[in-house]
Design a protein around this ligand. Structure first.
Ligand code: NAD
Length: 323
């Protein structure tokens, strides 16, 4: 019988995995083929989860399950939390680390998909594709004028994986690219022919298009707020496929008309929106919204599943459950 190092009374078959969100079958099949017991409950309620979480050593989630302090405290036997996704927004990582619970996820697995959606939103905003398509479907064949992107300046805020990929595509569109980050990006930017903005103000003042690709922590403050909106050019296009909180939504509602801005976003403050100002923004004629589909491609979802599973198997080996 295989025993886990340091946990004498538990054998591999007692090491149970609970999956509480819909995940790619690859995760379930791979864990089962490694001899683990997997309970798949993708629609479990929070109350039910709190009742049974202490029976499991591994919890696998996507976005639906909020793994907060309470869930972690009730999960008295938890050793690993796996998030089949690229970020850890829905996991209280501090609480998990206090309990020495390992966390695995799949950073970078949806970079190409999120970058491609960003370019989709950019083109949709510049050429008013949404309005044009709607008119055509309604039998109205009116010509509407957009703007050409070649020769325009795009400011990339957050020059990590997705920001870099977006910058590369924008260079191919003959756009000028300027980037701003809180870490040193000079070398990478030089290699790609991207100008580095010395300050956020410099980027905002010089960009015809602004695109957000930053990671945000729990207590993140908006980067675009009542003060910084003042630096944004009139008629600018703002794109956001990172997280809604990087922009103060109420300030945006004010400046969108003051400066004739266009806002194209994949992320909202509440999904679906519930505050009055959010609903007003959503319905604004120069707001384009998608339903948080940045990582929703067949390829990205499978990659997320494969990378999360690989990382989970490695973590299980590290604690001696698998060889
Ligand atoms: P990354 O970690 O590779 O890059 C993020 C960059 O942002 C880093 O270089 C970091 O230094 C920088 N940054 C952090 N705070 C900043 C700030 N205040 N100002 C300027 N730069 C700052 O992350 P990534 O993989 O490129 O992902 C970027 C964002 O896209 C994340 O927020 C992620 O959650 C989001 N995302 C969304 C979707 C979607 O479905 N819409 C899909 C994938 C990723």
């Amino acid at each position: 019988m295989e025993t886990i190092q340091g946990i004498n009374s538990i054998n591999k078959l007692d090491f149970k995995v609970l999956i509480t969100d819909p995940v790619d079958q690859y995760i379930i099949k791979t864990l089962q083929s490694n001899g683990l017991i997997v309970d798949y409950k993708p629609e479990i309620s929070r109350e039910e989860l709190l009742k049974i979480i202490d029976q499991y050593q591994v919890l696998v989630v996507r976005s639906r399950t909020k793994v907060d302090k309470e869930i972690i405290r009730y999960g008295t036997n938890l050793k690993i939390i796996a998030r089949a996704g690229i970020g850890l927004d829905n996991i209280d990582t501090e609480e998990a680390s206090k309990r020495n619970i390992k966390i695995v996820y799949a950073p970078g697995a949806s970079t190409d998909s999120a970058a491609e959606l960003t370019i989709g939103l950019l083109l949709t905003a510049a050429r008013k594709l949404y309005d044009s398509m709607n008119m055509a479907k309604g039998g109205i064949f009116k010509k509407i004028e957009g703007i050409e992107l070649a020769g325009k300046t795009i400011g990339v805020i957050g020059f990590g994986r997705i920001g870099t990929k977006v910058a590369k595509v924008c260079k191919a569109l003959d756009m000028n690219v300027i980037a701003y980050d809180v870490i040193d990006i000079k070398e990478k930017a030089n290699m790609l022919g991207v100008k580095v903005a010395e300050s956020l103000e410099e980027l905002l003042k010089n960009s015809d298009v602004i695109t957000f690709h930053v990671t945000v922590g729990k207590d993140a403050k908006p980067i675009l707020n009542k003060d910084t909106f003042n630096y944004v050019k009139d008629n600018a296009i703002i794109i956001n496929t990172s997280r809604a909180v990087v922009i103060d939504g109420k300030a945006l509602l004010e400046y969108i008309d003051k400066k004739q801005l266009t806002y194209a976003t994949d992320v909202l403050w509440n999904e679906p929106p519930k505050e009055d100002w959010e609903i007003k923004l959503l319905r604004h004629e120069r707001v384009i919204v998608t339903t948080h589909i940045g990582a929703q491609t067949k390829e990205a979802q499978h990659r997320v599943a494969v990378v999360t599973t690989d990382n989970l198997i490695t973590a299980l080996k590290e604690i001696g459950v698998l060889k």
